[in-house]
Design a protein around this ligand. Sequence first.
Ligand SMILES: NC(=O)c1ccc[n+]([C@@H]2O[C@H](COP(=O)([O-])OP(=O)(O)OC[C@H]3O[C@@H](n4cnc5c(N)ncnc54)[C@H](O)[C@@H]3O)[C@@H](O)[C@H]2O)c1
Length: 248
Amino acid sequence: MLPTDTQKIALVTGAAGVTGLEICKFLAEDGYTVFMADIVREELERKCLSVGANAHPVVIDISNPAQVVEACRNIKNEYGSISVLVNNAGILSNNKVIETSLEEWRRILSVNLDGAYLLSRQCLADMKTMRWGRIVNMCSMAMKTGGLTAGTAYTTSKGGLGALTFSLAREFASFGVTVNGISPAYIKTPMVTELLSREQQSRLLEQIPVGRFCEPAEVANVVRFLISPLSGFITGEIIDINGGLHMD
Ligand SMILES: NC(=O)c1ccc[n+]([C@@H]2O[C@H](COP(=O)([O-])OP(=O)(O)OC[C@H]3O[C@@H](n4cnc5c(N)ncnc54)[C@H](O)[C@@H]3O)[C@@H](O)[C@H]2O)c1
């Protein structure tokens, strides 16, 4: 169970995005003070208001080490230690390797992988001291399938995020800290509705056994479960949520 002296303070990245917002709503409902981190100020502030009084905007670029350190320090000084971290922010590229420039490769890895590493590094020392903590990393089915529509840099970044999940889970398991991942596919967000052509979307719908795309709340609900005190024996797990498209 959550130790009585551990505060319910959560940091969610990519919180102005579709999935991030749903996660923040659940956390606020569950009594967390939610720090909503994103790079887009106006949209973040608007979404933050929609979550309620227990939500606070944190405008940062998660790939920037100094911004990450400062944001986490400010939260700790004003509110207390972060006990839940959801590394949800991510950027997509559908370019395959030959079309992927080194610049693009580095940009994708710096947000999708460095960001999660920087934030985890910032939060884990306090989680270890509190002997309770939860980290959830938003991976992707792409890491298991080689990327059906996703590009090489994105697929690699999510594979790295999966390996980071395993590494942190093993290191911190004996301190009451769990580190898990979620591996979604084709959530109803702009990554699907805007970045894939109508033809690609129709072809995918024919292939997904449940015959539809994933609702953002369905992903957020898995996060909600993974951070709950009852999931304390699950760590180093990456939960698939893909409508049966990939089974392993
Ligand atoms: N949409 C899907 O089908 C799908 C499938 C598998 C995995 N995912 C993963 O789920 C997560 C959420 O995806 P979504 O579809 O809700 O995306 P989204 O584009 O709606 O949200 C992503 C958010 O991340 C923010 N962001 C981007 N770069 C940032 C940075 N440097 N610093 C801080 N914030 C930054 C964006 O501003 C955006 O608000 C991502 O990690 C994505 O890779 C999505």
